[in-house]
Design a protein around this ligand. Structure first.
Ligand SMILES: [Zn+2]
Length: 275
């Protein structure tokens, strides 16, 4: 893990400390190294651009280990991957985050769109729900965890690439790209977004959903959201700076409370005019 010394976006070292925490009982940290159980950590907000950093933060090597090898232990108690898929996909519409997402996305998705790529698709539960309301779409997903990737493949007609996204696995320009609760886990979002940018045509729509850093104002300090392997928390301001810097333009944005009362930020993004 590495200590954050300066802001990822503006390289300035001027932070507010939003939260001080102990590493006690942090599932994912113990998976990486049992010696790290009691290390202190902080959530730091850049006074200039608003980007919130977790410090110390996970390195790429640690993230690789976490998502490739240890995700199977995310399945709680005796729940198998199959049982997880059945449980999530049988939630009634009014209680389903994936159904509500599909409804929110509807008005932004062009009627001529036919392909969707979900980066970090997990077990494919979003794509599965999406396919029920957007018939005839070709479905593609990228997922680093072998357990999740093979589960998605076994459940419905979807093409899954089992790796960390680099961009070169896809040889076409998807009409819709979704990035749902993924960007906050990425250590180098500039590079990551650059690779997404080169995958997009001028008509492609990128939909990004991330936790909103407003959570630090509304959720209890002991909330699970602050015990997750997030590298960053974004606000509309910091996400806008990041996206514009990488050649995107935000066509619309929404801030909303999830069913579990977490603050989320959703951004509808296209390539910028200069590209
Ligand atoms: Zn900054």
């Amino acid at each position: 893990m590495i200590e954050v010394k300066e802001c990822y976006l503006c390289q300035i070292s001027d932070f507010d400390i939003l939260l001080n925490q102990k590493y006690e009982n942090l599932h994912y940290v113990k998976l990486l190294n049992s010696q790290l159980e009691y290390l202190d950590r902080k959530w730091l907000r850049c006074k200039n651009c608003d980007l919130v950093h977790q410090s110390p933060s996970l390195t790429d090597q640690e993230i690789d280990k976490l998502y490739k090898n240890n995700r199977s232990s995310d399945f709680r108690n005796s729940e198998t991957p199959d049982e997880y898929f059945e449980r999530i996909t049988s939630i009634p519409n009014d209680k389903s985050e994936n159904y509500l997402r599909t409804q929110r996305f509807k008005k932004y998705i062009s009627s001529s769109a036919k392909t969707i790529l979900d980066i970090g698709c997990g077990g494919g539960v979003f794509l599965y729900t999406f396919s029920k309301y957007f018939k005839n779409f070709k479905l593609f997903g990228i997922e680093a965890s072998p357990q999740f990737a093979s589960m998605a493949k076994s459940k419905f007609d979807v093409k899954i690439f089992n790796n960390f996204f680099k961009g070169d696995e896809i040889n076409f320009k998807p009409d819709v790209i979704t990035l749902l609760h993924v960007l906050e886990h990425i250590t180098n979002p500039n590079l990551f977004l650059k690779n997404i940018h080169s995958l997009m045509s001028s008509d492609s729509l990128l939909i990004i959903e991330v936790p909103d850093s407003k959570d630090f104002e509304t959720l209890d300090k002991s909330h699970l959201r602050f015990s997750s392997p997030h590298i960053f928390f974004y606000s509309l301001k910091s996400a806008t700076i990041l996206l514009e810097k990488n050649g995107f333009k935000i066509i619309d944005s929404e801030r909303f409370l999830s069913l579990r009362k977490r603050n989320n930020l959703c951004l509808y993004v296209k390539k910028g005019n200069n590209d």
